[in-house]
Design a binder for this molecule. Structure first.
Ligand SMILES: [Cu+2]
Length: 132
């Protein structure tokens, strides 16, 4: 075996291992939402959550909801102004511009956890808690 062959073999090994790592990464990320979708959601309640703002923090009342609940967030438009009216909950794929005529965000709590809430620019903080 000469030098060229050794280099070629090492090259093939490197390429194959990259392919395996890449394939397993794709498979592990794509299998996650699938698991979530097939998991049956508990039959939740219909819950109205009041949202207001203290300083630059979104506050929720009640502060937590349960998995499967059908949520209607009702925003206090007297307290939420400017760019804070565009509410983003990235981990729930929620993005909504609130106005006086439409101050509600309606969704089902499909994941348990603590979900950060910000404005469209990533300002402001707050979290919505979903108990599993
Ligand atoms: Cu902002």
């Amino acid at each position: 075996m000469n030098k060229k062959h050794v280099i070629a073999i090492i090259g093939i090994i490197v390429m194959v291992s990259f392919f395996i790592i890449g394939a397993s990464a794709i498979m592990s990320t794509s299998s996650q939402p699938l698991k979530e979708d097939t998991k049956a959601l508990p039959k939740g309640d219909t819950v109205i959550v009041k949202m207001t703002m203290v300083g630059s923090t979104y506050k929720f009342e009640p502060a937590s909801v349960n998995l499967g609940d059908k949520i209607t967030i009702v925003a206090d438009m007297n307290k939420i102004s400017g760019c804070f009216r565009t509410v983003v909950i990235p981990s729930m794929a929620i993005r909504k511009y609130l106005s006086d005529s439409d101050n509600k965000i309606i969704f089902t709590a499909k994941k348990a956890g603590e979900f950060p809430v910000t404005c469209a620019m990533g300002m402001g903080s707050g979290k919505l808690i979903v108990k599993g």
